[in-house]
Design a protein around this ligand. Sequence first.
Ligand SMILES: [Zn+2]
Ligand SMILES: [Zn+2]
Length: 441
Amino acid sequence: MDRSWMLISDRFSQPYVDGVNSFIEFAKAHLGEAREIKCPCINCCNFYKQEYDSVKAHLLISGMIVSYTTWLEHGELPEHNNLDESNGENDEDEDEYDELIEDYQRGNFMEGDTLEREDMLHVKVENRWSNKSFDKVLEIQRRFLPEGHVVPGSIYECKKLLRDLGLGYELIDACKHDCVLFWKENAHLEKCPTCQASRYRVNDSKGKKIPHKILRYFPLTPRLRRLYMSRKTAKDMRWHSDKRVDDGVGRHPADCKEWKEFDLHYPEFAQETRNVRLGLATDGFNPFGNMSTSYSMWPVILMPYNLPPWRCMKAPFFMMSLLIAGRNQLGTDIDVYLRPLIDELKELWENGVMTYDASTEQTFRMHAAVIKIGWVGHRAYLPDNHRQRKDKKFDGLTELRKKSLDLSVEKVMAQLDQLREVKSGKDPTNKKRPRESEELN
Ligand SMILES: [Zn+2]
Ligand SMILES: [Zn+2]
């Protein structure tokens, strides 16, 4: 049966709709009277069952997992695999070129293609192109490409594609003094429950509402799931246990004592090597490159440490989780903004989420954890005469400190226990309150 329709990007085109119908017919023919079947859309991932009509709607709205080429969950036997036949499974020597072709064949939902679009948006931002000029460049590019190309037609289409891929974001209003997010239990409030400040800057009789402050939140779960939708990346996510050589040299977080201690403490988590270990990084910067204005941005970025060293620190795998923008420095109030991420991480840690693994063509329950590795003052650990101690690229200073005492987990916890409850939010009168020693760690 021809399954090339699975690679069509326009899900409203007749061939795609016909393809979805053929899938539904296939499932009905093989699964007979079942009222609900597993849904192979990119959200249900053959884990959640739906009625036939819902499956059809999901496939038209969200799209089908492109790597689900053998419909094993819907009665097909393993041999009938028309997309994989030409590729074989020479996993060991699968090189970058094969990967490119594979991604190309697998079409629009896969990594390579997405990256192209992300790259395009990147070029736009870097060169400060207006939306209009960007649209013009796209138009010219499209004119020179052969028929069947997948270059989007406009900036609007680019953004829509990213949203469809699960790379979109949620907008969450925040109190202008950083006390709370208007989210979950506070979602319906019009005033901050802590400082009583109004949520909106504009709230007129015509129903127009403009909030003072907005947090952009990029849900993590769809991004983690996407790592397993490409066979190559899915395999690379197990690199830390499959391919890493333990020779006592530190090249990757998995070589560290902390990683191994984590495995000992949480053997269940460690046993499923596809569980994701994340690094988290954040820092404020001034997007206008003019340090005299007080505007600051705080991106919070996660990195999947499962990947091999040559991939885990590459931009395509940096996952922006939050973007906080505003006039003031955040200080400890960043906690308020981290909440959506923390809630999602707790869910991923405690319950996990069913995820389709393209490399094994099976679903598994994926858990995630943030691995705390702090690289604070790391140059103090270098030998006294090491050239990087004098390197001005770090903070402009020469590092003269010696290696500090190793702090045990117990000592760190004891210090943290002394921290008092910190009240979030700025004083509306803009007064600075001196901090007492117990508030400082
Ligand atoms: Zn579905
Ligand atoms: Zn407030």
